[in-house]
Design a protein around this ligand. Structure first.
Ligand code: PMP
Ligand code: GLN
Length: 375
């Protein structure tokens, strides 16, 4: 018996494990390989000797909750109440899981766009609810007509991910206007907005649900300090939701984890006083441009990348293999690990596309590109 018969080991685990086995350059699972800001590690070292090792209050370390409110205010001009509208979570993953568990009921339908990151479906299934996949257009823009036709009185939630993993696509003003119109017709639907790459955008500015007055009072917005501060292993993020939704989310949170790691909450709280999130986009834009320039000499075709630290490429001029086999051979024969895009589709659609993570130091990107250009 299995509660999740069709869920298998995540592709990120599979590819990272293979990368280690074959000593390949790991551009598969998304995580930075450069050192963490020394100012942050200094704060951790200092705090380790302070009285910060016991449970924090359930929803989060109070100074951190206030700093998150300030961050959201500074970034999006939204006022949120630290005591009632913010929850610190063990990464965005737990924020998403907890919100779905708290808000989705038996037989509800939850709209998930196709392709999508992999952490939405399992929590929906565990609620005995139905994930309904709706295809994005070929250029990965949402098709609001198809989305609307998939909505019914059964629909409880729509999950969006902006900037989008794996395609790096960013939603536009026109998208938000369409979404607003659509949701006006369906008062029951809650929006779950996964914005973990909110600060990793380039030419086009990120539009957050935090800035949309008519949406934010029915939305759960999920953020990740792991992405924003290059500390994915810390597993710390937060959820912002109006009080009537947050009340339910906290009920689940208190029995799933109760409270999040105290040292990391205190460290981030102090770090938020001295760090600027506005520089992150420029930092990754340089990486994106450098990696794209390095790959321009290869036989891979580069798709646009508007945000996130992922570059999707087509290998159709190189091989006819399916993308999973291609990625395996890329590791075993060429020493570079990537993620096959078929894994982000409900039915494993193979378009001969793979995803590289460019959150790496320049020597790593250069050596990876040298290997990829030789194919
Ligand atoms: N959502 C998306 C789109 C992601 O790419 C990730 C990647 N890790 C997560 C959620 C989970 O974030 P966290 O590591 O903070 O749990
Ligand atoms: N979000 C990361 C990625 O897309 C993976 C995180 C994980 O392995 N769970 O690569």
């Amino acid at each position: 018996m299995s509660k999740l018969p069709n869920i298998t080991t995540s592709i990120f685990t599979v590819m990272s494990k293979m990368a280690i086995e074959y000593n390949a350059i790991n551009l598969s699972q998304g995580f930075p390989n450069f050192p963490v800001d020394e100012k942050l590690t200094a704060i951790v070292a200092k705090l380790a000797n302070e009285d910060i090792h016991q449970y924090t209050p359930m929803a989060g370390f109070p100074p951190l909750l206030s700093k998150i409110a300030t961050l959201v205010k500074d970034s999006y001009q939204r006022n949120i109440l630290p005591e009632t509208e913010i929850l610190v979570t063990t990464g965005a993953t737990q924020g998403i899981f907890t919100s779905i568990q708290a808000l989705v009921e038996n037989n509800d339908e939850v709209l998930i766009l196709d392709p999508s990151y992999d952490c939405y479906e399992a929590p929906v299934l565990l609620c005995n609810a139905k994930p309904v996949r709706v295809s994005l257009n070929e250029d990965y823009t949402p098709n609001w007509e198809t989305i609307e036709s998939a909505c019914s009185e059964k629909t409880k939630m729509i999950i969006i991910n902006n900037p989008h993993n794996p395609t790096g696509k960013i939603l536009t003003e026109t998208d938000f206007e369409a979404l607003e119109k659509l949701l006006e017709k369906f008062p029951r639907i809650i929006l779950l907005s996964d914005e973990v790459y909110e600060y990793i955008t380039f030419e086009q500015k990120h539009i957050s649900i935090h800035t949309r007055k008519s949406l934010r009072n029915r939305a759960v917005v999920v953020s990740s300090f792991g992405k924003t501060f290059h500390i994915t292993g810390w597993k710390i993020g937060y959820v912002v939701a109006p009080e009537h939704l947050m009340r339910e989310i906290k009920k689940v949170h208190q029995f799933l984890v109760f409270s999040v790691n105290s040292l990391s909450q205190a460290a981030i709280s102090e770090y938020l006083d001295i760090v600027s999130v506005v520089e992150i986009g420029g930092f990754y834009q340089q990486k994106r441009d450098y990696f794209r320039q390095l790959l321009s000499k290869s036989r891979f075709k580069l798709l646009p990348c508007e945000g996130t630290y992922f570059q999707v490429v087509s290998y159709e001029d190189i091989s006819n293999e399916n993308d999973v086999d291609f990625c395996k051979h890329l590791i075993t024969e060429h020493g570079v690990a990537a993620i096959p895009i078929s894994n982000f589709y409900e039915n494993g659609k193979d378009l001969h596309l793979i995803r590289f993570c460019f959150a790496k130091d320049n020597p790593t990107l250069e050596e990876a590109a040298r290997r990829l250009c030789a194919i």
